[in-house]
Design a protein around this ligand. Sequence first.
Ligand SMILES: [Ca+2]
Ligand SMILES: [Ca+2]
Ligand SMILES: [Ca+2]
Ligand SMILES: [Ca+2]
Length: 565
Amino acid sequence: MMSPAALALLAALLPVAALAPGGTFTDDDGSVHEGGIEAIATEQITVGCNPPFNDRFCPDRELTRAQMAAMISRAESLPSTGTDHFVDDNGHVLEGAINRIAEAGITQGCNPPANDRFCPDRSLTRAEAAGFLARALHLPAATRDFFNDDEGSVLEGAINRIAEIGITVGCNPPDNDNFCPRRILTRAEMATMLTRALRLTSMRPAARPPLRWDLVVDGLSRPVQTLVPPGESRILIAEQGGQVQVFDNGALRSQPFLDLSGTVVAGGERGLLSIAIHPDYPADRRMFAWYSAPLRQGGSGNHTTYLTEFDIAPDLQTASSPRVVLAVDQPASNHNGGFLDFGPDGYLYLGLGDGGGGNDPAGRARNLNTLLGKMIRIDVDGAAPYAIPPDNPFVGEAGRDEIWASGLRNPWRWSIDDGNIYIGDVGQGAREEVDAVALSPVGYDFGWSRYEGTLCNPNDTDPSCSTSGLTMPVAEYGRSVGQVITGGVVYRGQTVRSLSHYFIYSDAASGVVRGFRLLNGRAVEARDLSGALREPGVVSFGSDSNGEILATDLFDNAVYRLVGG
Ligand SMILES: [Ca+2]
Ligand SMILES: [Ca+2]
Ligand SMILES: [Ca+2]
Ligand SMILES: [Ca+2]
């Protein structure tokens, strides 16, 4: 049994428990300055450099004078002031902090003798930083001269003062007889100086666990999707041949939850493609399936795609017989789209491909009189078999009322998150793309077949290359990267913190895995995760009951979970 004093000592020596592996920021992992950066983050002296996500510090970026003002203002908890000191920071996001440090006498401005300017976006030299810190901390005059390369500098006194209390040891270890006063200060260097200046405890976090795919279950038969019903932790796994399995308490149930194998026509791009459950489940017990079946009587083409609904029995037991909600004849075996999900509006969204063939030969994707090549939106609560949402874009004008968006080639996988829809549209011979837009029913036209990604399609029947009225992808890639995009999901879990708010998607053929964050309608902070996560065969992404990402692998007949830090 250790004494309380020994336990306290041990606790002081251990990494601070509150700090998660990798700490607050992802881009300082392993940096010699990480302990200082995490320390000033913990003290809320910095909030990061990438709002609104704020999980990056930009340690190598030059520190601006305005950022310095903000850090000092927060570190000293300076009060706000009604006095406006400078003219060149008007409207600057950090103007308040600049006025606070001016009011406290920490700066006089950057243009003596007028000193009506602060030069907020100018980078700070190490000597200037010394001046700010010496004034902010009211440091007394130093007892000796520390460095050789600052002789005669107007800031030599400040440099000596910060050296005397250990804020700097110089810039040329091990000699450390120089300070490099004219060198530009990085944000990381500032973090270390502030940590020393404020006597903060350096906080070096444990290493961030590497990203990897963890096997959840294998031994499946051509799985194409996972789905966790609302309020459940059990995972439904749809298989292309028509069965839906239940992964329950660590194992697959011996009997499928649903068996459509006698109903579907499977193979290639056909089969049971996806399932969805009513958002009011379990009060509303309906499940919806979207699958290929033999051509219906009187139909024309290759096969018929059905949307049917079932009732789920208690304890995720056998569903009722299917009721047909919608049937769409498919001209060819491929480009069937294949996903459906409910939006936050309670309506059911379904993606349909262009019907197949090269270059959308019948021009269906942008023909508003067919559902092919569209994202459609229907109301499965308003009438039987469905009603039209009154604000669908083509209600009351030319075009099918079900259509929500047009110009899609083969939207195999997509997802809805936080008011946006992210659509992975499989390309033809040049580009795979992600279209990401706000969920507003404005009748987006995503451009196929005039455009493939941002490339004008030279084989389109319309040679205009006009982009008028088109919504272009937020991300795309060419054949050197992959050839069959699998649209993904936005990570909302708690454990893989480096991917928080990231839309994660992949290429089923090459196994490339990528991510980006959507900010103001644009993809930002794009990352290629293939080094750790390359995984050919992923045909669908989902989330478990904790918001952790599940990947369904058609080649491995398996489901994986994304883990790491
Ligand atoms: Ca870190
Ligand atoms: Ca001002
Ligand atoms: Ca000197
Ligand atoms: Ca497009």
